[in-house]
Design a protein around this ligand. Structure first.
Ligand code: SF4
Length: 230
């Protein structure tokens, strides 16, 4: 596995109910202008040795219970399934963070927990610079949403509330597309100095009370939803 460019040895917050180690894989098939990880997405970091990570996991057996595979977008790597299998052979549960554009890869990995980022109404995905080779993104995202539905409480949808990318009118179409998912988390946008499009560094996030309105709309449609703290 020569695509790991970041590693957080221990996390208490990235895998619900699970002490985890978090791996960041380089590259991405989107270019969200507000992306916080341009160094990872644009492949500017050195890769880490997977064997070092493996040894750490073996030493911490019984303490670290899970692995989160994040990015970038982990599903663009052909070795993702064997990475998942190897982590499971070490006794870990596996969570994958994904943008959902590679549903077949995600399905084949059979993650124990899945976090799917849905960034806006599906028809607005061109704002995220979707590549030509993903012009069937509607079908792909639909398949990934179906995986989340099948996984019930072992999966979540994450929506980052970025002004200019998603607004309250987009919730109308998401209410239809996301009906039947186990859980939605709305995350406030958190501008930082390092973003793919530096103009987003000065975008003012939505007020918490606006996100509460979105949450209420999901709840009224029978979809469990929480707003994460900024
Ligand atoms: S926000 Fe996620 S999906 Fe978008 S470019 Fe960054 S890593 Fe890729």
């Amino acid at each position: 596995m020569d695509c790991i460019v970041g590693w957080q040895k221990t996390s208490l917050i990235d895998f619900p109910g699970t002490v985890s180690t978090v791996l960041f894989l380089f590259g991405c098939n989107l270019r969200c202008p507000y992306c916080h990880n341009p160094g990872i997405v644009l492949e500017q970091y050195e890769t880490l040795l997977y064997n070092d990570i493996r040894e750490h996991i073996i030493k911490r057996k019984g303490i670290v219970e899970g692995a989160v595979i994040s990015g970038g977008e982990p599903s663009i790597h052909s070795g993702l399934q064997s990475l998942c299998d190897d982590l499971r052979s070490l006794g870990l549960r596996v969570k994958i963070d994904t943008n959902g554009l590679e549903p077949e890869v995600i399905n084949s990995c059979a993650a124990d927990y899945l976090a799917l980022d849905i960034k806006t109404a599906i028809e607005k995905y061109p704002r995220l610079n979707v590549r030509q080779s993903y012009n069937d993104y509607r079908e792909r995202l639909g398949m990934s949403i179906d995986i989340v539905k099948r996984m019930g409480k072992n999966a979540e949808i994450r929506i980052t509330a970025v002004p200019g990318i998603i607004d309250e009118s987009d919730i109308d179409s998401l209410l239809i597309d996301l009906r039947g998912v186990g859980k939605i988390f709305i995350q406030p946008f958190n501008p930082s100095r390092q973003m793919i499009d530096p103009a987003y560094s000065s975008v003012k996030p939505y007020e918490q009370r606006e996100l509460e309105v979105w949450r209420r709309r999901f709840l009224d449609a029978g979809i469990d939803c929480e707003v994460r703290n900024p």
